[in-house]
Design a protein around this ligand. Structure first.
Ligand SMILES: *Cc1c(COP(=O)(O)O)cnc(C)c1O
Length: 461
């Protein structure tokens, strides 16, 4: 299977190439040329299998050109061995016909671990075959950086460099990045905010001499391999509740549209998903776009769900590509209009999007209220992101079972959760010593030259 760009002007790549490249050279995002479909029997056959076996069956048709089954089995096993729950993605019931899919039992307590752990293993295996060594560089506001460090630490063919804004991530997030002792981990505290971190990472990728010299690679949320890894839990959750014999719906706390787009792929593969509901916080560009057709960023307002404080939702481009019937030139034109403030989605494309996606927006007050209410009604303590999902889902309950994705553990955001729910959440046992582990980080100025010198020094060690 080949992968093509949403903007139609980059060369088609294999899975392995698309994984290593991340962003296409025409500025677009990679998608499979065709989406494989499963029969109802094949979907029914997934029910009750170990999570790792479902991973194999779901990703196999997408990656077969790069990895054989024999190669995949041990890589998948290694990817999920560090999860603290045997089911990996357990379902709990919140109310009649409302279920919560807990995606926070991975090593850094957020759903990002599902994709990052697998991509770490797949990249390392591809590099071991070619004998190459790469430098992963990423910017983070918290969750992505800790998940990447956890996934790549100790891998022999990879250095991982993460830029985070000094003093602006939570203590749990910082310690998850600064306490791994492996020498291939480089946590940089940058003098600046998250946008500065992202800008410097972009600068490094745009300096082609540097990029080739240190063999830069990216693992941000537009990497197709990350989307693919997230498709799997839509299948395990839906089949646990009776798919393919009865349909289900999902509500997804959304920022960059990567997680919910994985649900869209599952639906195209034949999983009977009635609706995919986008849940946003007060940074509601996606809710506005899906209700009015106007996609216009307005500037980010910080919230208690920081991983969803996003105004330019990069993976939405993939949904637009399908809504415009795979016309790269149409997508390209919309993305050009972004430079002058946004764009209007055509009537036909909006109708196509609304056929699959519904949406809702939740204020800070409602988020806190949902944490309180859910705790008293069910005993389940939600993180602020998950609470946004639950609040929106409550407006979309009906005869079809609703599954809301819980994207992070409440202990990752203890202050916001305590303020809302009145309960202090402890870290799970496997992380209980996080606050006593030694930290190791490098403070760096917001300066490209200084950063590049430091990266070269570090990876030479
Ligand atoms: C990244 C993240 C999200 C948003 O996911 P997207 O794929 O960017 O839409 C939601 N909740 C948490 C806790 C996250 O870390």
């Amino acid at each position: 299977m080949k992968y093509v760009s949403t903007r139609g002007k980059a060369p088609a790549l294999t899975f392995g190439e698309a994984m290593m490249t991340g962003l296409a050279r025409d500025g677009g995002l990679y998608l499979p040329e065709t989406i494989p479909t499963f029969t109802a029997e094949e979907i029914a056959g997934l029910a009750g299998l170990p999570y790792e076996e479902v991973v194999l069956r779901v990703i196999r048709p997408f990656v077969a050109e790069t990895f054989s089954d024999d190669e995949l089995v041990p890589l998948i096993a290694a990817a999920y061995a560090g999860f603290a729950h045997e089911a990996r993605a357990p379902l709990v019931q919140l109310a009649q016909n409302h279920f919560l899919l807990e995606l926070f039992h991975g090593p850094t307590l957020a759903f990002k671990d599902f994709a990052m752990q697998l991509i770490g293993q797949l990249m390392q295996a591809a590099l071991a075959k070619s004998g190459e060594r790469i430098t992963i560089v990423g910017a983070t506001s918290g969750d992505t950086g800790s998940a990447a460090i956890e996934a790549f630490k100790g891998l022999p063919n990879v250095d991982v460099v993460i830029l985070f804004p000094k003093g602006r991530v939570s203590e749990v997030q910082r310690r998850q990045m600064t306490t791994p002792a492996e020498p291939n981990v480089h946590a940089f505290a940058l003098e600046g905010d998250f946008d500065d971190c992202q800008a410097r990472v972009k600068d490094m990728f745009n300096d082609f001499a540097f990029r080739d010299d240190v063999r830069l690679a990216g693992v941000n949320s537009i990497n197709w391999a990350r989307v693919l890894a997230q498709v799997v839990y839509y299948f395990t959750a839906a089949t646990a509740l009776g798919a393919p014999h009865r349909p289900v719906s999902f509500t997804v706390p959304t920022g960059n549209f990567g997680d919910i787009f994985a649900g869209y792929i599952a639906r195209r593969m034949g999983l009977p998903i009635e609706k995919l509901v986008v849940a946003t916080n007060q940074n509601d560009i996606l809710h506005r776009a899906l209700s009015t057709g106007e996609y216009r960023p307005t500037g980010v307002v910080p919230s208690m769900s920081p991983s969803m404080d996003i105004q330019v939702s990069s993976n939405f481009e993939r949904a637009l590509f399908y809504a415009y019937d795979g016309e790269g030139s149409a997508v390209s034109q919309l993305m050009d209009e972004m430079k002058t403030g946004g764009f209007a989605i055509s009537q036909g494309a909006l109708a196509a999007l609304q056929d699959t996606f519904a949406s809702g927006r939740v204020s800070e007050e409602e988020t806190a209220e949902t944490i309180r209410q859910t705790l008293s009604a069910t005993g389940e303590l939600l993180c602020p992101h998950s609470a946004i999902g639950v609040a929106v889902a409550q407006h979309h309950l009906g005869p079809v079972p609703m599954i809301t994705l819980a994207t992070a553990h409440p202990a990752k955001f203890p202050d916001a959760v305590e303020a809302a729910g009145g309960v202090r959440c402890e870290l799970p046992p496997h992380m209980a010593d996080l606050f006593t582990r030694a930290e190791r980080m490098t403070e760096v100025p917001n300066d490209l030259g200084a950063l590049q010198t430091l990266v070269r020094e570090r990876i030479a060690l």
